[in-house]
Ligand binder design. Sequence first.
Ligand code: HEM
Length: 154
Amino acid sequence: MMIAALFLALHVVAASVWVGGMFLLLVCLRPNLPALEPPQRLTLMRGTLAKFFPWVWAAVITLLVTGYGLLFGAHGGFAGAAIYIHVMNLLGLVMMALYAHLFFAPWKRMRRAVDGQDWPEAGKNLDQIRLFVTVNLTLGLITLAIAGAGRYLV
Ligand code: HEM
């Protein structure tokens, strides 16, 4: 029981760090970026994302380990789990796949472009990152709502 409590606590904290971080980026930081010139804006975003993404990897690993730990340890595996757990699992895996793509494709290109001061290329890749983060924030908020309220719907 103590392990399940610890796993659930870590699971919820990891989800909050990931989804809350995306909310801050998109809803609060992004509307203020046009105030800066492209070199400043893209350098700021390169630094901010370089600090955020290791935390997202930590959140992804924590969500997987604790999510499947709870699923198999406390919910009787896939067969025994309620529908909202299946939905959470599915949406969570989609979010992780999108994040992995964002990290290894546009983020890698954006880092290289900012370091080489190729601002148009960096801006193009930041736009792609923004699209992925928009989709993932939407999925993350839906997942949180379903995960939190699901027990009353079964
Ligand atoms: C990727 C695979 C995932 C698996 C296998 C998984 C599995 C689980 C399991 C088994 C529970 C325990 C439910 C309970 O005891 O009632 C749980 C709880 C929770 N999960 Fe996930 N999860 C995953 C991803 C996510 C993601 C991506 C988020 C949010 C963005 C999330 C948010 C939550 C929340 C908020 C709870 C607490 C629900 C509550 O008890 O109030 N999970 N998850």
